[in-house]
Structure formats: structure tokens, C-alpha cells
Design a protein. Structure first.
Length: 169
């Protein structure tokens, strides 16, 4: 596998960050979060970017940050839930390493995000978010090299990723 990057995708609240951190320390990789880098570059929070600059500006930054991060190696990269909707982002990720879909039931994702300040959560009902979830699942599935479930302990999901990664060596 060398030091190729590992790029995680999946719906908001699926656990990309917790699973990603669990995975990263096990394989001596650094964990990075695309959203955190976007906030650092923009000098404002994601809700503020959406409100003051608009979603298109956020999406442009998302591609720039992902492209920069994908130029490195030895990273576990957590992407925002909308990143893999853009083919360009999927291409960048796939060229730089292995892409993994962190799957999780909508009910659990919703429980984790319902009280958050994520712009999509703020402006959508539970039903709308469930529709979005159902629309996006096949997109993540197509874009990823493989998927793991993160229903219970994120450590189990990280271990499942490790087992699957060994198949690629
Ligand atoms: C988004 C998901 C968020 C963040 C932004 C948009 C989306 O990231 O990038 O609010 O379109 O699903 P998380 O999936 O890390 O919550």
C-alpha cells in the first residue's frame, strides 16, 4: 500500500472523524479534516461561509483544500458529506489513494447531527435530510473502493478498514 492517502466519505454524522482518527494512529498516518482546513483558510466557520459567501464558494474551497491535501501522502483525509458529489473531487481522491465509504443508518446519523449548526441541517427537516441521505448513499458507494459500517464502536470500523486495506497490498 505504500504511503498512499486514505480518503473517507459518507453522510454527515456517519463518524468519518472518529473512525478516521482511530484508523490514523493505528497505521502511523496523520489525520486531517477537509472542513477544518476550509475554516482555517477562510478564517470563518462553515455556517458563516455558507451564509456570507454562499454554498458555491464553500464548494470551490472544498475542492481546493482536497486537491492540496491529496498532493501529500500518508494522510487519512476526512471529507465533508457533500464532497464526493463532485466528480472532480472523487477523481482527486481516487488518484491519491484508497477511498472508503463510512456507512451508517440514517437514524444514527440524524441523532448525531440534529442539534448541530451544520447549514444543511439548519435549513432542512428530518424528512428532507432522510431524502438527501437516500440520494447520496449510491453516490458514496460508487465513488468508494469499499465501504465499512460504523454502527457501534468506531474502533471496530477502523479495524474493518485495516482488514480490507490489507487485501489491496
Ligand atoms: C456537508 C457536510 C459537512 C460540511 C458542510 C456540507 C454536506 O461535513 O462539509 O456542512 O454537504 O453534506 P460533515 O459531513 O463532516 O458534517
Amino acid at each position: 500500500m505504500g504511503r498512499k492517502n486514505i480518503i473517507l466519505c459518507g453522510f454527515m454524522g456517519c463518524g468519518k472523524t472518529t473512525v478516521g482518527k482511530e484508523l490514523a494512529w493505528r497505521i502511523f498516518y496523520d489525520f486531517v479534516d477537509v472542513d477544518e482546513h476550509i475554516e482555517a483558510i477562510a478564517g470563518m466557520s462553515i455556517p458563516d461561509i455558507f451564509e456570507r459567501k454562499g454554498e458555491d464558494a464553500f464548494r470551490a474551497l472544498e475542492t481546493k483544500v482536497l486537491s492540496d491535501l491529496c498532493g501529500n501522502s500518508g494522510l487519512v483525509i476526512s471529507t465533508g458529506g457533500g464532497a464526493f458529489l463532485r466528480e472532480r473531487n472523487v477523481e482527486l481522491a481516487r488518484k491519491s489513494g484508497k477511498t472508503i465509504f463510512i456507512n451508517c443508518s440514517f437514524a444514527l446519523c440524524y441523532d448525531r447531527i440534529k442539534d448541530s449548526d451544520r447549514p444543511l441541517v439548519q435549513r432542512s427537516t428530518r424528512e428532507e435530510l432522510e431524502l438527501l441521505f437516500n440520494e447520496r448513499q449510491p453516490i458514496y458507494q460508487r465513488a468508494a473502493d469499499f465501504e465499512v459500517f460504523n454502527q457501534r464502536d468506531p474502533k471496530d470500523a477502523a479495524k474493518a478498514i485495516l482488514s480490507s486495506l490489507f487485501l489491496f497490498i
